[in-house]
Each structure stands twice: as structure tokens, then as C-alpha cells.
Design a protein around this ligand. Sequence first.
Ligand SMILES: Cc1cc2nc3c(=O)[nH]c(=O)nc-3n(C[C@H](O)[C@H](O)[C@H](O)COP(=O)(O)O)c2cc1C
Length: 322
Amino acid sequence: MKKLYLAPLEGVTDSIYRNTFCKYYGSVDKVYTPFISPNSTFKFTTREFKDIDPDKNDVNITVPQLLTNNEDHFLWAAAEIAALGFKEINFNLGCPSGTVVAKKKGSGLLYYPEELDMMLDSIFNRLETECAIKNAKVPNISIKTRLGKVEPEEFYEILGIYNKYPISELTIHPRIQSDYYREPIKMEFFDYAMANSKHPIVYNGDLTSINDIKLIEEEYPNVNAIMLGRGLISNPELALNYNNHDDRHELDLEKFKKFHDELLNQYIDILSGEKPVLHRMKEFWSFWQSNYTDCEKAIKKIRKANKIQEYKDYVALLLNNY
Ligand SMILES: Cc1cc2nc3c(=O)[nH]c(=O)nc-3n(C[C@H](O)[C@H](O)[C@H](O)COP(=O)(O)O)c2cc1C
């Protein structure tokens, strides 16, 4: 059995989601926060801090993620986060969003290998000192990467750079920036990474069933772990069933209802107004809807609900009749 990780998804896997998911389903070895963007204010926003508040996170399995192209900003945030007790910090070198890439961040930084190299050099040279100033234990630094920005062949040089530094784990999403999350996965470059990386490798991309996970496990016995994103959000039982050797496809609806209600109630408690709560829940339904075949009408009603009571009624109608 391989270790499984819950991928970071901005707008989805916040601390409320991560904790509620772990309470009901779990079966993952690590959970990653969506990216935090440290900047020249050298301060976390209230929202950023809430998401990494050690009182609301299990620091042993939660991996905060940073998105920046500035080593001072990275080191400041890494030392702050380490001082809160987190053991690992992940560096986002994969985000494909146009605005992020235009700022040479995420997968945009991959197009500037010299800058990437210099930044990693500085991070690994200075991390110990920066942490000592804040009395923090030096955290592991892992990376989540794509193959490149324009062409997958960029990966040969990028992997050479990663190999120079003591990265604790390298998660690879085998696509380039312009592929976003849609184009076919470029497995031959993952093969190259498996053969040439000096670091433990984590596979990430397009796994939606136990069979998909098993195929990776069989094809890559040396892969260190498997990171699941959309597949695990859509079917929260995926990791649990994999670990229990349970090939079942239907969700346990009673459990899902409790999971759903607990998420909803927490968002009602912390968000002001009905709109933001509904927005959150509808975002989840864009993933969950794949579990309810032939229910397009009911799902459409949920997506159109304007009031929480209306939303609750439609969800009950769907779940009670399914
Ligand atoms: C809506 C959305 C938000 C995402 N946010 C992040 C993020 O904050 N950090 C990150 O490293 N990856 C982010 N990703 C990428 C996922 O972590 C993951 O790499 C991607 O979904 C591919 O894996 P999957 O096919 O298992 O979903 C996001 C993906 C989506 C669809």
C-alpha cells in the first residue's frame, strides 16, 4: 500500500474542509494547504493565518504551501510556519493560473531555471539561520512541480536543479503550464523523473478510482506516495476504501449526509451572510455531483438555490431519493 496525500485545492481544501474530511474519512498521511503568498508586508493576512493556525490544524500531517519567487519572502514565511510547529513546508512550482504565471510564480518560475536555481540555493543556505532566529525547528522543504511552462523537455534541466538541493519530497504533476488540468498527462516525463530524481517522488494527476491508484502503484513500485486531488474531493471515500481494500463504488449516504451537514454548519458559523456559504457549498457540489448519476435536475436546483433553507431542502431531496 502506498501513502496517500490530500492535494491542495484553493477554494476547496481550507482548514474546515481538511479537518472535517479527516474526521469522517481520513486515511491520508498528509494534507496540504492551498497556497499562501508571502509578500513584502512580512505578515500573514487574517485569512491566511486562520488556515494555518496550529489550534485548527494537526501540525504533524498538515503541510502549509508557499507561492512566491522571492527568497526573503519564502524564508520569512517558512520560519514563521516552522515556529508554529509545522514539520514540512511545500513550495508551489506548479500553479498554472495566468495571473500567477505572469508574475513568474508557480509554474511561471520554471521558465527561468537560473532564477529558480538561485532561489533554491538561497533558501537551503539560509533556512537554518532564519529558523534559529525564531527558535524554530528546521522544517522539511518539499516541492510540488509541473514539467515546465512551454515544453515538457524543460523538465530535464529543472530536475537537474532539484537534484542539487536537499528537497524532502518532490511531487510531480506531469503536465506543463499550458495544459492546465485538462490535456493528457505526459507519463514519459514521470518515468524520467522516477529514473533520475535523487528525491522521493510523489505522483499527482487524474486518479479517480482505486484502480487508477493501483495502476500507479504497480507501474511505479518505488514511488514514495500518491497525491489525490479532484478524485478524492469528488469521492471522499476513495482513500479509505483503498486502504481497506474495499472496491465499493457507492458512497455511504448516511455518512456523507453527516459530513455534508457538518461542513455546512461550520461555514454558516464563520461566514457572514448566506451568499458566501452557498458559494462554498456549490463549489463542493461541482465535485460531488459526479456521484449522482441521472440527477442533473436535482443538482441544477442545488446550484441555483439562493437561500440556505432552499439549498438544504434540495440537498435533502437529492440524498433522500438517491
Ligand atoms: C480548483 C483548484 C485549485 C487548486 N489549488 C491548488 C493550490 O492552491 N496549490 C497547488 O499546489 N495546487 C493546486 N491545485 C492543483 C491540485 O493540487 C492538483 O495538483 C490537481 O488538481 C491535479 O491533481 P488531481 O488530478 O488529482 O486533481 C488546484 C487545482 C484545482 C482544480
